[in-house]
Write a protein that binds this ligand. Structure first.
Ligand SMILES: C[S@@+](CC[C@H](N)C(=O)[O-])C[C@H]1O[C@@H](n2cnc3c(N)ncnc32)[C@H](O)[C@@H]1O
Length: 283
């Protein structure tokens, strides 16, 4: 059965369509930021991941948390168990496929709703990762409550969200070049870009303010392949909503307009600039 998705995603079946090309078309941005967060924030915290850890990567897409763990930790520090879950079947099968040959000792890939993890007992995980998904949930508070419930006392939740989601600025720039009179493409739950909102939602749904730490990070995507992947996401059918109301002639200008906006972004920042909030919360 189709899962309810956030109404402001660019397409009703956005994440099913995205599954096959996810890593390329995100320019590995979510993967690379999480790999840095693991090294710089989680492993330097009071609760590093190690061989006794039991990790949940919730709303994992095609297994980004597991891939980031493998990319950032030596084999002997990998967790003994990881549950990789997402509520989109095609994301879960893409995760399963990409992790078959991974060095992780035990991986389970499962279709689960982050907002209702009733299959998972209380106090189960040592670590829960929620990487760049919170703003796509219809009920973000429920997802945090489930993260809190399923963490062991002393367990660590790691929740990231965008402070600056570069593709949205680039797409808006491309729209403004062709039809500045039409509405700009909406972004799901834009309140999460604001400082303090992620922390507030975490506090309202179980975590104590004294046990929350916040950090920020910047990723400049300048690798040619990654820039090409992001450009193809923004140029193609996944961003059809940005071209709503366009004539055929205007549609034909879209790819060039995106290329121009990408060029301007790189000239301004030296790469495609993503900024992110990182929340570490202990139960
Ligand atoms: C922007 S992607 C992030 C994926 C991955 N965590 C990463 O780091 O790239 C958001 C993911 O959240 C998933 N998602 C959205 N709502 C969900 C829900 N209620 N339960 C589980 N997954 C959900 C989508 O299917 C998608 O894979």
């Amino acid at each position: 059965m189709a899962q309810p998705q956030h109404p402001n995603l660019p397409l009703p079946d956005y994440f099913s369509k995205f599954a096959a090309n996810y890593v390329r078309q995100t320019g590995r941005a979510t993967l690379n930021i999480l790999a840095t967060v693991i090294k710089e924030n989680i492993q330097k915290s009071a609760h590093p991941i190690g061989p006794d850890s039991v990790v949940h990567d919730t709303a994992a897409g095609p297994g980004i948390g597991a891939a980031a763990l493998v990319a950032s930790l030596p084999k002997e520090q990998l967790p003994k168990e990881i549950l990789v879950s997402d509520n989109v079947a095609m994301m879960v099968s893409a995760a399963r496929e990409s992790l078959t040959a991974s060095p992780l000792p035990h991986v389970e890939c499962k279709e689960l709703d982050s907002q209702n993890l009733s299959e998972v007992p209380d106090n189960h995980f040592t670590h829960s990762i929620n990487n760049f998904s919170i703003f796509t949930f219809v009920r973000a508070g429920d997802a945090i409550r489930e993260t809190y419930r399923t963490l062991q006392p002393g367990g660590l939740a790691v929740i990231t969200c965008w402070r600056r989601f570069a593709p949205m600025f680039i797409v808006h720039g491309a729209q403004n070049k062709i039809r500045p009179d039409l509405p700009l493409m909406p972004t799901p739950s834009p309140e999460f870009y604001e400082e303090g909102v992620l922390q507030k939602v975490a506090e309202e749904n179980g975590f104590s303010s004294a046990k929350i730490e916040l950090a920020e990070t910047v990723l400049l995507v300048d690798d040619e392949e990654d820039v090409a992947g992001l450009t193809s996401l923004m140029s193609g059918p996944m961003m059809a909503r940005a071209r709503q109301g366009y004539t055929e002639d205007e549609e034909a200008k879209w790819a060039e307009s995106v290329r121009q906006s990408v060029k301007e972004e790189i000239e301004q920042f030296g790469g495609i600039r993503f900024e992110a909030y990182i929340l570490l919360a202990t139960k």
